[in-house]
Design a protein around this ligand. Structure first.
Ligand code: B12
Ligand code: SF4
Length: 517
C-alpha cells in the first residue's frame, strides 16, 4: 500500500506535439526543459517540516523517457492513483512550460475533478489574472516567492486553518470575480533547503549529478531583456530590494550537495557583486569546510577583477575542486552591449578571459542573437570577437574542458515577459508578435519548428532574417571550432549535419507556406 500525499509538486513538460520548437539556451535539459525550479525543493521541505506529506514529480522528465505507447495522461493517471494527492502544484516559472502547465492541469481535472490545482513561478505570477480568467482547470495561483505562502495555502486546503485573504500572493476566484493578494517575499532565507532530492517520486535521470545554487533572490543587475532583473523582479515577484543569500548558507549548500553525490555544482549569480565582507566570508568558509572532489561552474556578470581570480586560484590550489566559468557579454559590439546594460569593452573582456585561460580556468562566453540593435554588422563583429576568444581558448583547452559551448551564441526567441524590452517595445524599436498568455500557449502548441516561435521582430530583422542570421552564426562558430582544432572532424561533421537537417525542415515549411520567407 503506497502512502498518499497531501501535496505533489509537478514540473510540467514544455512540448506536447512531439516536435522541438523551443531553442535551449545551451542549458542542456532537453527539449522538454526538465530542470525543476530549485525553489520547489525548499517549498517541499517546508511543507514536510509543517507536517504535510509531500512529493515532487518531474513530469517533463517522465515524458521525455517514457515508453513508446505511453501518453502524458497515462503518466499522470499512474501517479494520481498511486499517491492520491489533495493538491497538485504545477510550476509555471519559465515561459517554455506555458502550454505544458495548462495541459497538465486540464488532464489532472479530467482524471480527478476534485483535485486542487495550483500554479506558481515567475510566468504565472506575471499572467496570473489572465490565466485564471481563461483557464478554468486552474483553481489558484500563488504569485511571488512562495516559501512561506505555500504552507499557509496547504493549511487552508488540508486543515481548513487559514482564511483565503490571509494568504499573501494568492490569486483566486470569488463569486466569479478574480481576487489578488500582494506577494510578500520571505525575509528569512537561512533555513531553506534546496537539496531535498529525496522528495522526488522518482530519482532524477537527466543530469542527476548536477546541482544548482542561486546566490541571490532577484538580481543586482538590470539587463534590459531580463524578466528577473532588479527592476522586473521587484515588479513581478514583489521583492525590493534584491538580496544575497548568506555566505554560510551558500557554502553549506555546496557541502550538502557534495554529500548527496551532486558533484557538478553551478553557482548562479556573481560572487564579486557582493560587498567585500560577503566575498571574504564566502572564500574563508569555502576554504575551511571539508569540501573536496567537486566541479564548480561559476558565473561572472562583469569581467572579473584580479583579486577575485586570485581568491578562486587559492581555493583550487589547496582543495580537490575544479573550476570553470561563464560570462555573457551578449554582443561583440560595445554599443549593443551597453544598451542592454552591460558596460565593458571588448578589450576588457578579452584580457580577463585570457588571464583566466592562462591560469587554467576555462571560460564559456555567451552571446545573444536578438539584441534589439543587432544588425548584420554587429553580428559580424561578434563573430570576429568569438574568433579571437577561440584563438586563445585553443591554446590551452579542448571542447570537453567546459560543460557547455565554448562560445554559446544563442537566440532569444521570446523576450522575457515583464522585462524592460518587453514592456517598452517602442523604446527598443521592436514589435512583439504575441499579446497574451493564451496566444503564447497556442503558439507553443502549434509550432513544429523554432522559426515559427519567434516572438518579436526588430528594425533590422524580421522572422526570415532572424532565421538566416541564426544559421550564419551556427555555421560560423562550428567552422571556427574546427579551424582552431577545438573539435575534431567527426564532431564537426555531426554538428554540420544536424544543422543541415534542421535547415531542411525550415525549407520544407517555407515551401509548403507554413512560414513566410
Ligand atoms: C539559475 C537560473 C536558471 C538555472 C536553473 C534554476 C533552477 N533550477 O531553479 C538554469 C541555468 C538551468 C536555467 C535555465 C533556464 N532559464 Co533560467 N534563470 C535562472 C535565474 C538566474 C535564477 C533563478 C533563481 O535564482 N531562482 C531562485 C529560486 C529559489 O526560486 P525559484 O526556483 O524560482 O522558486 C520560487 C518561485 O519562483 C516560486 N515557484 C517556483 N515554482 C513554483 C511552483 C509552485 C506550485 C508555486 C506555488 C511556486 C513556485 O516559489 C519559489 C520559492 O520562492 C533566473 C533569473 C533570476 N535572477 O531570477 C533565470 C530565469 C528564471 N531563467 C529564464 C529562462 C528563460 C530560462 C530557460 C527557459 C532558458 C532557455 N531557453 O534555455 C531555461 C529553462 C530550463 C529548464 N527548465 O529546463 C528566465 C525566465 C523568463 C520567463 N518568464 O520564462 C529568467 C527569469 C531570466 C533569464 N532570462 O535567464 N535558469
Ligand atoms: S540576465 Fe542580467 S538581470 Fe537577468 S539574472 Fe542575469 S545578470 Fe541578472
Amino acid at each position: 500500500m503506497q502512502q498518499s500525499k497531501d501535496f505533489i509538486f509537478c514540473h510540467p513538460p514544455a512540448i506536447l506535439n512531439g516536435h522541438k520548437p523551443i531553442l535551449d539556451a545551451d542549458v542542456g535539459y532537453t527539449h522538454q526543459f526538465v530542470c525543476i525550479p530549485v525553489g520547489i525543493f525548499s517549498m517541499a521541505d517546508s511543507l514536510e517540516k509543517s507536517g504535510f506529506s509531500v512529493g515532487i514529480l518531474n513530469l517533463g522528465e517522465r515524458l521525455y523517457i517514457k515508453k513508446d505507447n505511453e501518453e502524458l495522461k497515462d503518466i499522470i493517471k499512474y501517479y494520481l492513483e498511486k499517491y492520491r494527492p489533495r493538491i497538485v502544484g504545477i510550476d509555471l516559472h519559465w515561459w517554455v512550460h506555458s502550454a505544458g502547465a495548462v495541459e497538465t492541469a486540464r488532464l489532472l481535472k479530467e482524471i480527478n475533478p476534485n483535485i486542487i490545482t495550483l500554479l506558481g513561478g515567475i510566468t504565472s505570477s506575471y499572467y496570473a489574472e489572465e490565466i485564471l480568467r481563461d483557464f478554468s482547470d486552474i483553481d489558484y495561483i500563488l504569485t511571488g516567492e512562495c516559501d512561506e505562502s505555500i504552507v499557509s495555502f496547504t493549511k487552508y486546503i488540508c486543515n481548513n486553518e487559514m482564511d483565503l485573504n490571509q494568504i499573501s500572493g494568492l490569486v483566486y476566484r470569488d463569486n466569479g470575480e478574480i481576487k489578488t493578494k500582494k506577494p510578500v517575499p520571505p525575509q528569512n532565507l537561512d533555513k531553506l533547503d534546496i537539496t531535498r532530492y529525496d522528495l522526488l517520486l522518482k530519482p532524477e535521470e537527466i543530469y542527476a549529478d548536477r546541482a544548482i545554487i542561486p546566490i541571490t533572490r532577484g538580481c543586482v543587475h538590470d539587463c534590459a531583456y531580463c524578466g528577473a532583473s532588479n527592476e522586473s523582479f521587484s515588479k513581478i515577484m514583489g521583492r525590493r530590494p534584491m538580496c544575497f543569500i548568506k555566505p554560510e548558507v551558500i557554502v553549506d549548500l555546496i557541502e550538502k550537495n557534495n554529500s548527496k553525490n551532486k558533484k557538478h555544482i553551478y553557482i548562479y549569480g556573481d560572487i564579486q557583486d557582493g560587498d567585500l565582507p560577503f566575498t571574504n566570508e564566502f572564500f574563508k568558509l569555502l576554504h575551511e569546510k571539508d569540501i573536496e572532489g567537486i566541479h564548480l561552474v561559476i558565473e561572472f556578470f562583469n569581467p572579473p577583477n584580479k583579486d577575485i581570480i586570485e581568491k578562486w586560484l587559492e581555493i583550487i590550489s589547496v582543495k580537490k575542486i575544479t573550476l570553470e566559468a561563464t560570462i555573457s557579454p551578449d554582443s561583440g559590439n560595445y554599443l549593443v552591449r551597453k544598451q542592454l546594460r552591460r558596460d565593458y569593452t571588448n578589450d576588457q573582456l578579452l584580457n580577463s578571459v585570457k588571464y583566466l585561460y592562462e591560469r587554467n580556468i576555462p571560460v564559456s562566453v555567451y552571446f545573444m542573437l536578438g539584441c534589439p540593435d543587432d544588425s548584420d554588422e554587429t553580428i559580424s563583429e561578434t563573430l570576429e570577437l568569438s574568433d579571437d576568444i577561440l584563438t586563445e581558448y585553443s591554446k590551452y583547452f579542448t571542447y570537453e574542458d567546459v560543460s557547455h559551448e565554448v562560445i554559446g551564441y544563442e537566440f532569444m526567441q521570446i523576450p522575457d515577459l515583464g522585462s524592460e524590452v518587453y514592456s517598452n517595445p517602442e523604446k527598443y524599436n521592436i514589435i512583439i508578435n504575441y499579446n497574451s498568455f493564451m496566444s503564447l500557449v497556442e503558439n507553443i502548441k502549434n509550432a513544429t519548428h523554432w522559426s515559427q516561435l519567434i516572438g518579436f521582430t526588430t528594425k533590422y530583422f524580421n522572422q526570415a532574417e532572424f532565421v538566416r542570421q541564426y544559421y550564419k552564426i551556427k555555421y560560423s562558430i562550428y567552422e571556427m571550432y574546427y579551424r582552431h582544432e577545438i573539435i575534431n572532424e567527426e564532431i564537426y561533421n555531426k554538428k554540420i549535419s544536424d544543422l543541415n537537417n534542421d535547415k531542411l525542415i525550415y525549407k520544407k515549411l517555407v515551401k509548403n507556406g507554413s512560414i513566410k520567407n
